[in-house]
Design a protein around this ligand. Structure first.
Ligand SMILES: C[S@@+](CC[C@H](N)C(=O)[O-])C[C@H]1O[C@@H](n2cnc3c(N)ncnc32)[C@H](O)[C@@H]1O
Length: 195
């Protein structure tokens, strides 16, 4: 099911109530995968495609801040004005024990890719968003710009989406994959993250 930015704008006020718990559980799937990771970095850059209201992001930051990470720069990209507004309120008000800064970009994911020749981030995450993107202009460019040896990539995709087969075709040879109840999880299993 592809949902428009109008849809996300219209449900933005109830978004956390409708989907919050679910999105946190999806993040949890990835956090379990990251529990054995050897963290030698102290500062990280995170990119989040389709960040929405950032409902799960404080849990990600909290998890990383317990792993000797002392500084995080987060960039969230979304094309829903109201969800970006909610994200701003959340990130402005949450208190982390580390040096945390954020930037929220109100724009289409494809536009963000076009504007950025490289994706210079340590973690790239996207929770239940990519199925909505203009995939013909997103997927190949995205795959060309990531580096699986250096970056942690965590992507969950709604598996009842009409675009899931198209996405699986591209991602299945590139990432590890697990199927959950609602989402497929695509990720790379870096175990020694020391570069
Ligand atoms: C199901 S929500 C998930 C939001 C967030 N990742 C979370 O975990 O709560 C899907 C998000 O994708 C965003 N989105 C949809 N199409 C987009 C596009 N073409 N470019 C950027 N964001 C988009 C929507 O605005 C919405 O915030």
């Amino acid at each position: 099911m592809e949902l428009s930015d109008d849809y996300y704008n219209s449900i933005s006020l109830g978004y956390d109530e409708l989907y919050g718990e679910e999105q946190i559980q999806k993040l949890d799937f990835f956090l379990n995968k990251l529990s054995d990771l050897k963290y030698k970095k102290s500062s990280l850059k995170i990119l989040d495609f389709g960040c929405g209201s950032c409902v799960a992001i404080p849990y990600l930051i909290d998890f990383l801040s317990k792993k000797s990470i002392t500084k995080i720069e987060y960039v969230g990209v979304d094309n829903s004005k109201s969800l970006i507004e909610l994200a701003k309120q959340r990130l402005e008000n949450v208190i982390f024990e580390i040096d945390f800064s954020y930037k929220l970009e109100l724009m289409d994911a494809v536009e963000f890719l076009n504007k950025n020749k490289t994706l210079n981030y340590d973690i790239i995450i996207s929770l239940t968003a990519i199925q909505n993107f203009d995939l013909e202009n997103f997927i190949e460019d995205f795959l060309n710009k990531i580096n699986l040896k250096k970056q942690i990539i965590l992507l969950s995709i709604l598996n009842r989406s009409q675009t899931i087969d198209y996405i699986r075709n591209f991602f299945i040879d590139v990432f590890e994959m697990d199927s959950g109840i609602k989402d497929d999880y695509f990720y790379n299993c870096i175990t020694d993250w020391s570069q």
